[in-house]
Design a protein around this ligand. Structure first.
Ligand code: DUC
Ligand code: ZN
Ligand code: ZN
Length: 491
């Protein structure tokens, strides 16, 4: 028997803190050696001239969520399930995803999670964890269900300040924040002011302004800025951590910077669409602009510059896709027809496969961020944030061998026809990127090589998240009073 199952030879191994030319030895799905020259393996991958990076972690994506009214979807169908979504992720160098188990009002949170486990079972190509969405924080949910789910490894949850069927009042958000603090869970927030955007939407509709471009008009930067400020204030009052997700505008970014400068425990996420698209992309002929409709909407060039600055200087902790797989057909964006007012069009765009290549190309290849920062934003910070580090998010002895081998010079023009999701468009169609992951491993097994899928569906496993980094100071206690570590530490 060989010493290693696999050696990745001669590449440049990059982590969030350093880089070195070395071989990576893998056995039983884990990295077991990093050294100048390793020998004796069942298989050797020549990575000369390549970058050997931790697999990406897309910590914000939506897959196979049940249809419902009063949500971002407007009743549209999600075209990607755990099979097509994780396949697409893998081809883009992402080896862990964290989608959302959504509680609908009146529903038990535990039932929502049980349903989501059923949807994922036997389908995933890469490992996955779940965030929760809490839309009905009853005494039973906060008192019994949430603690049980945190114990079961769902240690992060999202709350909404908008959408009729999802939004919580400030008082409810305070209740959730306070409970999450006790449990050692991390709260994420969708920060848009519901009443302001509803008021603006009604005015626009009364004036007959219902085309996709008015989606952006109905949700100006102030709508996001105010809600971001309020959410930060609520976290300050509850004296706990908060993650602001999908930040789009420079004004919201300013609020986050101020909060961080004050020493508040605020974390932030942005997405490729806010770095690369603007409001003008919603203003295309006919219904085309709906392809770039998401909430919050893309902003302006000045916001893009502020977000890039924030990615490079640590304002933003992670870059996620917010993959929301609505097709451009009658099941998706066109569910209510081509003349549908923007209010009825599904909010969200696909991006699991293009997330990391876009960050690499626009960030590293264009000199906006260094390689180590890319690894941090693409992988390591999400692992730390959500209690998966160092099992995921790095290349170190003992870590899972989730690895993406990148050709930093490969030039790819993004075409939806070449992507592996089940959505019939990409908002990034025709963009040319430099750098692409050419070989991708999940726990030591090659799942993609070039255009070929080698992974087996169903091999991706559910990950129990440990204590999230920002709330790491809080000790989670089990019934015996002992601190509960993430299961993989004791495994
Ligand atoms: N919020 C998300 O996080 N994703 C899609 C749409 C939305 O409103
Ligand atoms: Zn959201
Ligand atoms: Zn989302």
């Amino acid at each position: 028997m060989s010493t290693f199952d696999l050696i990745i030879r001669g590449g440049t191994v990059v982590t969030a803190s350093d880089r070195s030319r070395c071989d990576v030895g893998i056995r039983d799905g884990k990295v077991v050696a990093l050294a100048d020259r390793l020998t004796d393996a069942g298989r050797i991958i020549d990575a000369t001239g390549r970058l050997v990076l931790p697999g990406g972690i897309d910590a914000h994506c939506h897959l196979d969520q049940p249809r419902a009214q009063g949500l971002a979807s407007g009743g549209a169908v999600m075209a990607d399930d755990f099979e097509s979504g994780t396949r697409s992720a893998a081809f883009g160098g992402t080896t862990t995803i964290i989608p959302f188990a959504v509680q609908h009002r009146g529903q038990s949170l535990r039932a929502a999670v049980a349903d989501y486990h059923r949807r994922a079972a036997g389908k995933a190509y890469v490992d996955y964890a779940f965030h929760l969405v809490v839309s009905d924080p009853t005494a039973a949910v906060l008192g019994q269900e949430l603690p049980a789910l945190v114990e079961a490894g769902c240690t992060s949850l999202k709350v909404y300040m908008t959408y009729e069927a999802m939004r919580l009042s400030d008082m409810q958000i305070l209740d959730v924040l306070a409970r999450a603090k006790e449990l050692g869970a991390l709260v994420m927030v969708h920060a848009e002011n519901f009443e302001c955007l509803t008021w603006l939407t009604e005015k626009l509709e009364a004036a007959g302004k219902t085309a996709p471009k008015y989606h952006a008009t109905s949700r100006p930067m102030a709508v996001e800025r105010e809600a971001t400020h309020r959410a930060i204030t609520l976290a300050e009052i509850a004296d706990t951590a908060l993650l602001i997700v999908h930040v789009s505008g420079r004004e919201a970014a300013d609020e986050i910077r101020r909060a961080k400068q004050k020493g508040l425990n605020i974390r932030a996420e942005t997405c490729p669409q806010y770095l690369l698209l603007t409001e003008a992309d919603l203003d295309l002929p006919g219904f085309e602009g709906a392809k770039c409709m998401c909430s919050p909407p893309p902003r302006d060039k000045a916001s893009q510059a502020v977000l890039w600055q924030g990615l490079s200087d640590g304002l933003f902790d992670i870059l996620s896709s917010d993959h929301a797989p609505y097709r451009f057909d009658a099941q998706g964006k066109k569910l209510h027809g081509l003349q549908a007012p923007f209010r009825k069009v599904a909010n969200g765009i696909p991006g699991l496969e293009t997330r990391a290549p876009l960050l690499f190309s626009e960030g590293v290849a264009k000199g906006r961020i260094g390689l180590e920062k890319f690894v941090a934003l693409n992988s390591t910070n999400a692992a730390r944030l959500y209690g998966l580090y160092p099992r995921k998010g790095t290349i170190a002895v003992g870590s899972d061998a989730d690895i993406a081998i990148w050709d930093p010079e490969k030039v790819v023009t993004i075409r939806n026809a070449d992507l592996h999701h089940n959505v019939d468009y990409t908002p990034f169609e025709g963009m040319t990127v430099t750098g692409w992951p050419v070989t991708v491993l999940s726990r030591g097994e090659i799942i993609c090589d070039g255009d070929t899928l080698y992974g087996e569906k169903g091999k991706g496993r559910f990950l129990e998240c440990g204590v999230p980094g920002p709330v790491g100071a809080v000790s989670r206690q089990d019934k015996s009073g002992e601190r509960k570590e993430p299961s993989w530490i004791s495994a």
